[in-house]
Design a protein around this ligand. Structure first.
Ligand SMILES: [Zn+2]
Length: 414
């Protein structure tokens, strides 16, 4: 029998071990992180499992089943500095409890192999590059980029890794771990307010949203603010300002999110018409077509208002990522598991990226389950979820694990 209370107790134990008055301090590749990993290992060792660390520092715990085809359950024990008590570890510790249940129920030999993975450095808090371990495993880690990463104290990523016995040059060998992967599931706190607003404890996650980030620069002409009549000005700020409300209308029209995150002007003095105005735009959507339409409409708006104001406009891409969709069958299994647990299910996209997105990119059928976050806050010591919701999430996630295992076993026999 699954014992969700034990997961809450485990979470509290880890919190006591790795938190100070400012929150969780399990930053990847630091002594507190290593201590947390040792603690996790001690929780797993009583089970008849094999534990090993792969070339990228991800820790794999394997309960061998009748088939080598594997159900993967993932999470991350690393936190941001001053982080919360649930981000990343709820998934792991729910996974530990599920391994205990499966081991007991199947007398150490489940129908398929079940593996718990503790990803290394999901947060990227120290080197500014998130999803280190999972992107190495998916084959998407850019080694050239990783070699150059430096933390605030001037320590290079390759050296930080060496101190915990990871060789960056070999990190991509982690890819071998996915050889027999048949499905990947991950439970996570939502870290946003959607489930809270709907008053629902759990949601099935459709995928992670895609993003388009661009810098948009309007070029006009500086002119004296006293002597220049309004109708002959070439005001770069005016075009940007007129475009702004359109951006919010575009977000509403497509049910996505759009943000103008910065605005800088030149010459930027109180007595001059603005010559140059640079804004940054961040647009996100779970649907690739809607995302590209949002971008297109933003470009049209910038063109319209720059022509109207006799200024020019220039677009420069900053960052792009496509939406990563989870597996349709697994989303339905996840919805069923939630329905059986709480009677109500909501399907929602994830704004943040997660390790699950990397596994999905590697071609492994993937799904995530979200549990409500109080105040919709995360990456903060006030991050919290009602204990009754944590328990419900463990119960529903365990049902998902069982359903997915049976699903893999069925497909195996076909
Ligand atoms: Zn996380």
């Amino acid at each position: 029998m699954i014992n969700p209370r034990r997961t809450v107790d485990d979470l509290k134990e880890l919190r006591a071990l790795t938190e100070d008055e400012n929150g969780a301090q399990r930053v990847a590749f630091t002594p507190v992180w290593s201590r947390a990993r040792d603690w996790l290992r001690a929780k797993l060792e009583p089970l008849p499992v094999e534990i090993h660390v792969d070339a990228a520092g991800n820790e794999w715990t394997t309960l061998r089943g009748e088939s080598d085809r594997s159900l993967l359950i993932g999470g991350h024990i690393d936190s941001v500095p001053n982080g919360g008590w649930l981000d990343g570890v709820l998934n792991l510790l729910a996974g530990v409890e599920i391994l205990r249940r499966i081991n007991a129920q199947y007398h150490g030999k489940p129908p398929v192999t079940v593996r718990l993975v503790n990803w290394a450095d999901e947060e990227g808090a120290r080197f500014g590059k998130s999803l280190f371990g999972s992107s190495a495993c998916s084959g998407n880690l850019n080694l050239d980029e990783a070699r150059k990463l430096i933390d605030r104290d001037g320590i290079r990523l390759p050296d930080a890794l060496k101190s915990v016995e990871i060789d960056l040059e070999r990190a991509l060998e982690s890819r071998d771990e996915l050889k027999n992967a048949a499905a990947y599931i991950e439970l996570h706190i939502e870290q946003g307010p959607v489930l809270l607003d709907l008053d629902l404890p759990l949601g099935a996650v459709l995928g992670t949203v895609g993003a388009e980030r661009h810098a948009i620069t309007f070029h006009g002409q500086a002119a004296h603010s006293g002597s220049t009549p309004m109708k002959i000005r070439k005001d770069a700020f005016l075009a940007a300002a007129k475009m702004s409300p359109e951006i919010y209308q575009i977000a509403q029209k497509y049910n996505g999110v759009c943000t103008i995150g910065s605005c800088t002007t030149k010459p930027g003095i109180v007595t001059s018409v603005i010559e140059e105005c640079r804004i940054t735009l961040d647009q996100r959507h779970i649907d690739a077509v809607a995302l590209s339409q949002m971008l297109e409409e933003a470009k049209q708006a910038s063109k319209k208002f720059s022509e109207e104001g006799r200024v020019t406009v220039e677009w420069e891409p900053l960052f792009q990522i496509e939406p990563i969709l989870f597996d349709k069958n697994l989303i339905e299994l996840c919805a069923d598991a939630i329905n059986e647990t709480t009677g109500k299910v909501h399907r929602l996209p994830s704004g943040p990226l997660h390790d699950a997105a990397e596994v999905a990119r590697a071609g492994v059928p993937t799904v995530m389950m979200f549990v409500q976050s109080l105040r919709g806050i995360s990456h903060n010591k006030i991050e919290d979820t009602k204990e009754e919701h944590i328990e419900l999430s463990v119960i529903a996630f365990d049902k998902l694990a069982e359903k997915t295992m049976q699903h893999i076993a069925r497909k195996d026999k076909e």
